[in-house]
Design a protein around this ligand. Structure first.
Ligand SMILES: N[C@@H]1[C@@H](O)[C@H](O)[C@@H](COP(=O)(O)O)O[C@@H]1O
Length: 254
């Protein structure tokens, strides 16, 4: 895993957007895996800023997850999040962007359909990831099988609590979601994981220095051949031994 240490959320976002931009220029028909939450918001803003110079008409996007029970136009749905923060500003066509439908009648069937659609697109070239404080990736909570495909999950109380800030109250946070599985994520050719702020300190330390276990889903990334982590000083402040690479120079993070 390559770790790029940056000063703060803004620098993380700029670096992530230029990495994504370079990948799009290299391969205009790229299939991107996208994430939601607070972490990628700055990256999406920076991406929009440089969009004029990027070929966007052939790319495809697949989001990691969606809350169960929320229709695409629900203000807290990830459909709406993506539409407002990225798809509309970039003027992507509806056929270019994909998310699982949280309001599908049969969610299990929707999970199978979504997984198949990812495979039919040729798989994800670059997957953007955040990390949950409990180590979740997508909505794969602790205990998820490393072999899982897109599936329906029960959200842990701590995850509902962490995401309550996006809702009017914690009670409004759905109890279930549809998420890409861990095996689905691991098949991405490249993974870009972002982390900023002291809230992510423990999770990032466990990812970089802990052992691999299904109780900490992100630890599966230790086995992936091409992971780039961009993290800021606060998120990296618990990492004692890991050497990170910043601006091409190798330096100790602490
Ligand atoms: N499903 C999302 C994840 O994809 C995201 O990585 C995580 C961290 O969120 P944040 O970036 O807001 O800390 O939260 C949610 O649960």
């Amino acid at each position: 895993m390559e770790v790029i240490a940056v000063k703060d959320d803004q620098e993380m976002s700029e670096k992530a957007a230029s990495l994504i931009g370079a990948e799009i220029k290299d391969r205009p028909g790229i299939v991107l895996g996208l994430a939601t939450g607070g972490t990628p918001e700055g990256t999406y803003r920076e991406w929009i800023n440089q969009a004029g110079s990027l070929p966007l008409s052939q790319l495809q996007t697949f989001n990691l997850d969606e809350y169960a029970g929320l229709s695409p136009d629900h203000p807290n749905s990830y459909h709406r999040y993506m539409k407002e923060r990225l798809f509309q500003p970039l003027q992507l066509r509806p056929g270019q962007t994909h998310l699982p439908r949280g309001d599908a009648k049969d969610l299990q069937e929707e999970a199978r359909r979504y997984e198949k659609q990812i495979q039919q697109s040729g798989g994800i070239d670059l997957q953007l990831l955040g990390i949950g404080e409990n180590g979740h990736i997508g909505f794969n909570e602790p205990g998820s099988s490393f072999h899982s495909r897109t599936h329906v999950v029960e959200l842990k109380p701590s995850t509902r609590e962490a995401n309550a800030r996006f809702f009017e109250s914690e009670e409004d946070v759905p109890h279930q979601a549809v998420t890409m599985g861990i095996a689905t994520i691991m098949e991405s050719r490249r993974i870009l994981l972002l982390a900023s702020g002291s809230r992510k300190k423990e999770a990032l330390t466990a990812l970089l220095e802990g052992k691999q276990t299904e109780n900490f889903p992100a630890s599966v990334l230790q086995n992936h051949p091409y992971v780039t982590i961009i993290a800021d000083e606060s998120a990296l402040s618990g990492v004692s031994t890991h050497k990170s690479v910043s601006e091409g120079r190798e330096r100790e993070t602490k």
